[in-house]
Design a protein around this ligand. Structure first.
Ligand code: ADP
Ligand code: ADP
Length: 232
């Protein structure tokens, strides 16, 4: 469970007149990776913010397993949504502190147990040898891919039903790209994963690809549409 559906969603930012999303209909299924692609400014991040309930649609409805997310307890809903931004914020501290943020005073055993519960022990366990490395201002400088893997580990430790991931636009080194991709492939089981995909490898490996498009074919409608492809 964890299926997210957008039905006839319209959205305009409170600060701006232009409509960003017009009659968006899409379904993000559990146990799959859905890639959301399209040009910059096409509305991908906006869709993610609406799923996070950072904003609510002006009209239309977003459901989780058929229930309007506005009717769900906000605290519970937040707890089942994992979000990893394009430029994850790590604080100055150890990798362990960064990963276990949100899990109070986590011991190694707590982290292992939480990782096991989230069915992400292999992904999170890969950090064990580097847990004490200090990162951020006071420590090691990490690449975008390394930061993103830590942020994914942090999100996963809270065992979210729905994982929203905005892939870094910056070119990742080959190893980070492989590790992030592998993580995504493995983590989709029993989870709903939506990736704003900037990399071709993610698109190729996704079960479903949604293209947010604002270009000339839709220009006469002055609207953003989502095309959905199922990949087999
Ligand atoms: P990308 O295409 O890689 O998502 P954007 O430049 O579209 O990058 O957006 C980067 C971030 O800035 C997004 O999180 C978006 O919500 C925010 N943003 C984009 N445009 C505006 C704007 N006009 N006002 C405020 N925030 C914006
Ligand atoms: P994408 O993620 O596909 O790059 P976004 O969802 O960030 O697209 O942006 C879609 C449109 O909404 C853009 O025109 C952008 O400038 C605008 N926008 C994004 N965030 C904000 C915001 N916080 N306030 C006002 N406009 C925004």
């Amino acid at each position: 469970v964890g299926e997210i559906e957008l039905k006839d969603v319209n959205f305009t930012y409170p600060t701006r007149g232009t409509q960003v999303l017009t009659t968006i209909n899409l379904k993000i299924q559990t146990g799959t990776v859905t890639a959301l692609v399209g040009p910059s400014g096409g509305g991908k991040s906006t869709i993610v913010s609406l799923i996070e309930r950072f904003y609510d649609p002006n009209s239309g409805v977003i459901t989780l397993d058929g229930v309007d997310i506005k009717r769900l307890d906000p605290r519970w809903y937040r707890s089942i949504i994992g979000f990893v931004s394009q430029e994850p914020l790590l604080f100055a501290g150890t990798i362990k502190e960064n990963i276990s943020f949100g899990v109070e005073n986590a011991s190694m055993d707590d982290i292992r147990a939480a990782a096991e519960k989230a069915n992400a022990h292999q992904f999170i366990g890969a950090f064990e040898s580097t847990y004490d490395t200090v990162v951020g201002e006071r420590g090691v400088r990490l690449s975008g891919g390394q930061k993103q893997r830590i942020a994914i580990a942090r999100a996963l430790l809270l065992n979210p039903k729905v994982l929203l991931l905005d892939e870094a636009t910056s070119a990742l080194d080959a190893e980070s790209e492989y590790l992030v991709k592998e993580a995504i492939d493995r983590l989709m089981h029993n989870r709903t994963v939506l990736v704003i995909a900037h990399r071709l490898s993610t698109v190729v490996n996704a079960n479903s690809v949604m293209v947010v498009n604002q270009e000339e074919i839709w220009e006469s409608l002055n609207t953003c549409r989502v095309l959905v492809f199922a990949c087999h």
